[in-house]
Design a protein around this ligand. Structure first.
Ligand code: GUN
Length: 282
């Protein structure tokens, strides 16, 4: 039987509507600063989308575009200014940064209270400690999709393929956290016999950036499959999952596009609202 489609656009619309309603009741306008360095076309597209989303829910966008040859010190000064700017509740530096810039130290320079990407070491530390804090947007969006479709994580076996700090690592922690209570394995490029590992999964998440890596042979009958991949190929945009074959085996699956992608954007808005409330005490 063909799998149920987990519609990220629909869940993202619900999140956006919640944020919009909450923002309408505030006596200030939350602000989101986006920082885009260089001319990577995909990054420009992503940031344009994030700014448009912000406007749609009543969040003010403060946009900064810098040349690819921007110096580390100049970018750091901009971050310092945004940290000090009372109108700015969230700071997002689009990644990856051009070579020559040290993204780790840039992310670490963002005020953790304004780290709406949830990627600052402080916020990642809170995640490790299973304490409340700003969570990375893509893993947060995946948890939200599972919640929306009432997919049980408690007691289930989850396999996350990919160990990036943006998705795989934080998602593994979130799935294993108290309340989610999944039993989690993390597979990666050095995993031997990947199919044997992924075939154990009740919930299988592919987040490696390898076009159509996961095929039906990797997936247990009835598994829930979450595809985080956004790979631009000659055949257009494809995920890390071979949708055609896997959707015949899985019980539910996220499409690409229209699955996890819209959720990343929606969770940024939710994080910006949360950061604004925490910072401004309302
Ligand atoms: N590049 C790809 N995904 C992300 C993300 O979630 N946040 C930022 N800042 N950059 C990204």
């Amino acid at each position: 039987m063909a799998a149920q489609i987990l519609d990220g656009k629909e869940v993202a619309a619900a999140v956006k509507a919640e944020v919009e309603a909450a923002v309408a009741h505030l006596d200030y306008q939350p602000g989101l600063a986006t920082v885009l360095v260089g001319d990577d076309p995909a990054s420009h597209t992503y940031v344009r989308g994030k700014r448009r989303d912000a406007g749609e829910v009543g969040i003010r966008s403060h946009h900064h575009e810098l040349a690819a040859d921007t110096r580390q010190g100049d970018l750091e000064s901009l971050i310092d200014d945004l940290n000090d700017d009372d109108q700015v509740d969230g700071v997002l530096v689009q990644l990856p940064l051009p070579s020559g810039l040290d993204s780790e130290s840039i992310v670490a320079r963002i005020d953790p209270a304004k780290d709406v990407d949830g990627l600052h070491p402080y916020n990642l530390g809170l995640l490790v400690l299973d304490r409340p804090g700003l969570r990375p947007c893509t893993p947060g969006g995946i948890m939200r999709i599972l919640d929306h479709y009432q997919i049980t994580t408690r007691g289930s076996r989850a396999v996350v393929v990919g160990r990036s700090f943006l998705v795989g690592r934080p998602l593994a922690l979130m799935l294993a956290s108290r309340g989610a209570d999944a039993t989690v394995s993390v597979a990666h490029s050095r995993t031997t016999d990947l199919a044997a590992v992924t075939a154990e999964a009740d919930i299988l998440v592919a987040a490696v950036g390898s076009p159509s890596l996961i095929s039906a042979q990797h997936v247990r009958e009835g598994a829930v499959v979450i595809d985080v991949g956004i790979n631009r190929t000659d055949d257009g945009l494809v995920g890390d999952v071979d949708f055609e074959s896997v959707s015949q085996v899985a019980s539910a699956i996220t499409p690409v596009p229209g699955g996890v992608g819209p959720m990343t954007r929606a969770m940024l808005l939710a994080n910006t609202l949360a950061a604004a409330r925490a910072r401004r005490g309302s």
